[in-house]
Design a protein. Structure first.
Length: 568
């Protein structure tokens, strides 16, 4: 439940002010709208100090209103998300005295009135405009724009990335512009909007502002009318949810240019009202995809996806691609979880973000194994453990659920991780811990994997799903694609099927004679839908570091290979 939903359910009529809802206090005879509650955190207070002055959190409010307390939506699902520390800039805003008339004239030349300049508390120093970024009345960031050198634009170092003008939003529809000048221009038209802090291509602020963004049911994106603006608007809409986003089409490049070209208020309002909703058309002709098909051919090797940790596997599979599901199978003790741990560490080292659900191992034990692999040390020092987990922070997210998980809950948490944190790689260990109707198990498995394939397409993500094998006559029998336990639809719907097989001493001797190197395990690529290449990769296992390498390939050489891949 969101806080807004709760307030509406209780019949409170409130007005919005930034991230706060303002209304009459329910605990005193307030008629002056002295009660405020954060729509993000749920903290509230009555500002009738002498009459009431009560305060508390969302839990307290529900108790006082005789309701069974519920959590705010999307809280408490993830492990490992630390609250980031930011540098708070000076609260002073240098004003524009007579000797800085150049900055004032620059803003006036952009079509802005004195009222607009004051409304945003615009500052100046020398030949630079200062845009203060407020959050709940406190300056958390400042952006500096040189009026003579367009490339000279900077922000406060290590400041909190928030939306410009967020505190002044009183509507339940959020308008996002590409820059502060467009927000100024919309204010001239009588419309209060925000602007993103890092241009049309930067999305790092989304994570930080996620809870605030979640309080809006409709988001209107008003970026520049150029290719970069259109691409940025679509990328942002995909992250925030196409269902609630619409994109504005303007008669000129941006709102500020519309203001200078004397476009009327009525026409601008019409553009905002008629913003294009992003409801997909589902029946189209092949010509619709002409640019995208051309782009796939132009991608060349970049179509292959993120390289795997083992060059031999990359040669065959061509990497981990977005929009795909990979099934991992193998006997008990074959090393499926160990392999996937090594994969997520490698992905994190390449700058990718990962989300993990392990129903077979608690997060602390899962991370203990990962720390051994990351540090390549079975008994690390306390400070090294902390350093390893610090390195994983904001790269790796883990669902704090060890028991079986409902399909809807799993996919809802994965969607949250994809939208808020920009996660592109997901691990499910294993299918047996996903709660399915056992009375219709095979059909349930089909529906689940089908939903996974839908999920990866929507978020351009890659899901690794562990599925246990069927029993064979002996443990020495090498499993194939048809030996994956459960419905055949599991492997039919998946894009890739990889089976890990730990070999015995006799097979090791044969491997050593045939390949001049002893192998501890084989990776069998049993399905590769995109490129059709199947085959086998030989792996050696280091019991000390819990790492798999290709035979004869030392760990340090492997790391250098990864660094070269990442730089490239």
């Amino acid at each position: 439940m969101t806080i807004q939903e709760y307030l509406k359910k209780k019949g409170f009529e409130f007005r919005r002010a930034g991230e706060q809802a303002i209304f009459n206090c329910p605990f005193c005879e307030d008629t002056e709208h002295k009660f405020a509650i954060s729509l993000v955190s749920g903290l509230w207070q009555c500002f009738h100090k002498n009459k009431c002055g009560l305060s508390g959190n969302f839990y307290d409010l529900q108790k006082k209103l005789n309701d069974t307390p519920q959590k705010i939506s999307n809280s408490g699902s993830f492990v490992g998300k630390k609250k980031k520390e930011y540098t708070v800039p000076s609260q002073d805003i240098p004003q524009m005295p007579d000797d800085l008339v150049g900055v004032y004239n620059y803003l006036k030349g952009r079509g802005f009135s004195d009222e607009t300049i004051k409304h945003f508390r615009t500052g100046a120093e020398k030949d630079t405009v200062i845009f203060p970024y407020f959050k709940n009345g406190v300056i958390v960031n400042k952006k500096y724009r040189n009026i003579t050198n367009k490339k000279d634009m900077r922000q406060e170092k290590d400041a909190e990335a928030v939306l410009f003008n967020r505190d002044n939003i009183a509507s339940n529809t959020l308008i996002l512009t590409e820059g502060e000048m467009d927000t100024y221009a919309l204010h001239e038209y009588g419309v209060e909007a925000t602007s993103v802090p890092s241009g049309c291509t930067g999305l790092n602020w989304v994570d930080n502002e996620w809870d605030y963004l979640e309080t809006f049911k409709r988001i209107v994106i008003c970026f520049d009318m150029d290719d970069a603006g259109h691409r940025g608007a679509m990328a942002l809409a995909s992250r925030l949810g196409l269902w609630r986003c619409s994109i504005v089409e303007l008669p000129y490049k941006d709102v500020n240019e519309c203001l200078l070209k004397k476009v009327s208020t009525d026409e601008i309002i019409k553009c905002l009202i008629n913003a294009k909703e992003l409801t997909p058309e589902t029946v189209v002709s092949p010509k619709t995809f002409v640019d995208r098909v051309k782009y796939l051919f132009e991608m060349g090797s970049s179509l292959f996806g993120v390289p795997t940790i083992w060059p031999e596997l990359t040669d065959k599979l061509k990497g981990w691609r977005g929009g795909e599901v990979t099934i991992w199978s193998g006997r008990n003790g074959a090393g499926k979880s160990t392999i996937l741990n090594q994969i997520f560490i490698d992905l994190a080292e390449r700058g990718e973000k990962i989300c993990i659900y392990s129903g077979e191992m608690s997060p602390d034990r899962y991370l203990r194994w990962a720390v051994v692999q990351y540090l390549e040390c079975p008994e690390p020092r306390q400070e090294d453990i902390e350093s390893a987990l610090d390195w994983m922070d904001e790269k790796v997210y883990i669902l704090d659920i060890t028991s079986t998980i409902e399909v809807d809950k799993l996919l809802a948490d994965f969607e949250y991780a994809a939208r808020r944190y920009g996660v592109k790689h997901f691990i499910i260990d294993s299918l047996m811990k996903v709660k399915l109707n056992l009375a219709d198990e095979y059909n349930e498995q089909q529906r689940f994997v089908s939903r996974l394939t839908d999920f990866v397409k929507v978020f351009d993500a890659h899901v690794h799903l562990v599925a246990h094998p069927r029993k064979t006559a002996t443990d020495r029998d090498e499993p194939g694609k048809v030996d994956v336990k459960g419905s055949s639809h599991i492997t039919d719907l998946a894009h890739n099927v990889i089976i890990i097989y730990r070999i015995d001493e006799e097979a090791k001797d044969k491997s050593a004679k045939k390949f001049s190197q002893a192998a501890d395990a084989y990776l069998y690529i049993k399905k590769n839908r995109e490129f059709g290449i199947e085959g086998r990769v030989l792996l050696s296992f280091d019991t000390n570091t819990k790492l798999y390498t290709t035979p004869g390939m030392h760990i340090e050489r492997l790391r250098k290979q990864k660094e070269r891949d990442y730089v490239g």
